[in-house]
Design a protein around this ligand. Structure first.
Ligand SMILES: *Cc1c(COP(=O)(O)O)cnc(C)c1O
Ligand SMILES: [Zn+2]
Length: 415
């Protein structure tokens, strides 16, 4: 028996066997992203509330029965998943928000949600006997692959736009990846990486085409369900770039429901930056068609011209009865400060874009319909302190002198 039935093209519906070793549907090309179709009747026998209660593996691998990895020898020891879920009571009170749960996915080994995908990508590479990996990334997918490949001792080549934040590039270098700083956009880095992967036979971790990555990202939804004692929130709000993350989370919520762990699927709400919103435009048009516009936003991790998992993201929004909303860069910076000051959770711009969406929905009166919200902080603020410094005041210079300090403090009080 196997967990996997087949791989299905999200565009034309053709099915393939796992052993065909494909990234995309040969008929549809790059738009023919494959979905791993799992055998839920089989999985249902191996995962239950009781099974989870007795499971003391507090990482994403507690959900192994529904993750399509057969050979567990490629699972790395660095701990990914089972990140904290906070009920943000002071935040709700101060901002008059409904009950809000914050999933802090900055608490992963390389400090972003991408680690859930890289953990699966690396395990799969080892299962398939691949010796060299590669990825194109706005930053986090790369630093994440880099960390897991370092742990596993796998050689890897990384393509990031040369404008990626310094901290993310430093992560790559310290982990020992071969790093190419592409003189161009993320979309151009993707193209170069894909050509290179084909030419040199590397195993490609790009979420754009590797169907297994969603299978890692879906664990974030399993965790939210389990941490809430299987009481699913009304809506789940997430930032959208390529769309792999929201598609993954939706699949996780769907599966929790399908496997009888929960009794509903939340509405999935995607948030994009105004200057990089192809998925919002597609959802508004009603068709999963994504026209290119040069992206421009401070939130580098979601600065994407062509969403590589756009169809999967589109389906997640539609099938869950959800919607998309856009926020400005200023709203993202405000959200970063407000979240940090009310919860102690510090996210990078893309990491707080989801929360910026919640604040916007509050202003628009859309939140009144919902009693509980969960949102995911998907990347750490320490990855991009240059942006964070735009969201807060500077420190105060002071001589080591108590009288000067006294005067400054008096002035502050009068302000
Ligand atoms: C990648 C990323 C996202 C968006 O995920 P997609 O799969 O590209 O939609 C959001 N936040 C952070 C911090 C990310 O790194
Ligand atoms: Zn196809």
């Amino acid at each position: 028996m196997s967990k996997v039935k087949n791989l299905k093209c999200v565009k034309c519906g053709s099915v393939y066997h796992e052993k065909d070793d494909l990234y995309v549907c040969p008929k549809c090309g790059i738009e023919g992203i494959l979905d791993v179709v799992l055998d839920y009747d089989y999985i249902e026998k191996n995962i239950s509330k009781k099974y989870l209660k007795e499971n003391n593996d507090y990482s994403m691998w507690r959900y192994l029965p529904s993750i399509p990895i057969e050979d567990t020898s490629g699972i790395q020891p660095i701990k990914v998943g089972w990140t904290p879920l906070y009920k943000a009571e002071r935040l709700s009170k101060n901002l008059k928000l409904p009950t809000i749960y914050i999933k802090d996915d900055t608490r992963n080994p390389t400090a972003s949600l991408k680690d859930r995908a890289s953990a699966v990508g690396v395990a799969k590479a080892i299962e398939l006997g691949k010796k060299v990996m590669c990825a194109a990334s706005t930053g986090n997918a790369a630093s994440s692959l880099s960390g897991f490949a370092a742990c596993a001792g796998i050689e890897n080549y990384i393509f990031v736009p040369e404008t990626a934040p310094e901290a993310k590039i430093t992560q790559l270098l310290i982990y020992g990846s071969k790093v190419f700083l592409v003189k161009g956009t993320y979309d151009e880095a993707v193209d170069l990486c894909f050509e290179a992967a084909e030419k040199f036979g590397w195993y490609n971790r790009s979420c754009a085409i590797n169907p297994y990555l969603v299978e890692g990202k879906k664990t974030v939804a399993y965790e939210i369900c389990e941490q809430l004692n299987f009481n699913v929130p009304d809506i789940v709000v997430m930032a959208v770039g390529d769309g792999c993350s929201i598609a993954g989370a939706y699949k996780g919520f769907y599966e929790c429901f399908r496997l009888g762990l929960t009794d509903k699927i939340p509405k999935m709400v995607g948030v994009q930056a105004e200057g990089s919103n192809p998925v919002t435009r597609a959802v508004e048009s009603g068709k999963p068609v994504f026209d290119y516009k040069k992206p421009k936003t401070i939130a580098d991790s979601i600065s994407v011209g062509i969403p590589r998992n756009g169809i999967k993201a589109f389906n997640a929004i539609k099938e869950s009865n959800g919607f998309m909303i856009d926020v400005s860069d200023d709203e993202i910076l405000d959200a970063m400060r407000i979240l940090a000051r009310n919860t102690g959770v510090f996210g990078e711009p893309a990491g707080v874009t989801s929360f910026a969406g919640i604040l916007k929905m509050k202003r628009l009166g859309i939140l009144d319909d919902y009693e509980s919200i969960a949102t995911i902080v998907s990347g750490s603020g320490l990855k991009d302190i240059k942006s964070a410094s735009l969201a807060c005041p500077k420190g105060i210079s002071v001589k080591p002198d108590i009288n000067e300090l006294y005067n400054i403090i008096q002035n502050l009080k009068e302000e």
